[in-house]
Write a protein that binds this ligand. Structure first.
Ligand SMILES: C[S@@+](CC[C@H](N)C(=O)[O-])C[C@H]1O[C@@H](n2cnc3c(N)ncnc32)[C@H](O)[C@@H]1O
Length: 213
């Protein structure tokens, strides 16, 4: 991963955060409780917004972003522990977390389905899974425009794909989607989902920790 995007992420996001992203994040994170895992926590933009939970483990592979996030962790309203790692191969035991959070991250993880299977493994059965993501539009022409823009966008923004059908991937992983809300002409979506009991949904999600790559 290059460091330009990581070093300038907060500046690049500033306008969007002020125009509504921070409010969307805050509304979603009200659903977080207990011990929380945040995947791809970046520079820690969510850290000030956690209130009703015991602790947040914040997993972020970019050292540059993680270092920035540590400053936010120190002043967060709840204890936040930034750790390195890859969401596709989570370094946690089965059923360790009450809530798993991801914001603007399934667009970038190389294999989002694999990461979701890992999330199901480390989240307790019946636990909560929260996402804020941008998705491929159903409008045919706009969806094709996203497809066309993605290769260049991906290079500019450290692997971010504009055209992922993330709601389909969440369902493929076997998560039970309880509620979605769309924003900005349907391009952004928040998802409140439940991790069903082991054995339901995606056949390949097991609680043994053994996953296909
Ligand atoms: C667009 S940034 C979003 C950062 C943060 N979640 C936010 O809402 O501001 C995408 C994030 O995904 C992270 N990421 C990329 N690949 C990942 C992986 N395999 N596992 C976990 N995080 C990953 C990046 O390092 C980056 O922090």
């Amino acid at each position: 991963m290059g460091t330009f995007f990581a070093r300038h992420y907060d500046a690049l996001m500033g306008w969007l955060e002020k125009r509504g992203f921070t409010r969307i994040r805050a509304n979603l994170l009200r659903e977080a409780s207990g011990t929380v895992l945040e995947i791809g926590s970046g520079t820690g933009l969510n850290f000030p917004l956690y209130h009703g939970c015991d602790k947040v483990v914040a997993l972020e592979p970019s050292e540059v972003m993680r270092r920035t996030s540590m400053k936010r962790a120190l002043i967060a309203p709840v204890p936040v522990e930034p750790v390195g790692g890859d969401a596709q191969n989570l370094p946690f035991a089965d059923a360790s977390f009450d809530t798993v959070v991801g914001t603007l991250v399934l667009c970038t993880i190389p294999d989002p389905l694999r990461a979701l299977r890992e999330i199901r493994r480390v989240c307790k059965p019946g636990g909560t899974v929260l996402f804020f993501e941008h998705v491929r539009l159903e409008h045919a022409a706009l969806g094709r425009l996203q497809d066309w823009l993605t290769p260049a966008w991906k290079r500019l923004c450290d692997g971010c794909c504009l055209n992922r059908s993330t709601l389909d991937t969440l369902q493929q992983a076997g998560l039970e989607i309880k509620r979605t809300e769309r924003y900005y002409g349907d391009i952004f979506v928040t998802v409140v989902a439940r991790n069903p009991e082991a054995g339901s949904g995606d056949a390949s999600a097991s609680r043994t920790g053994a996953f296909e790559s």
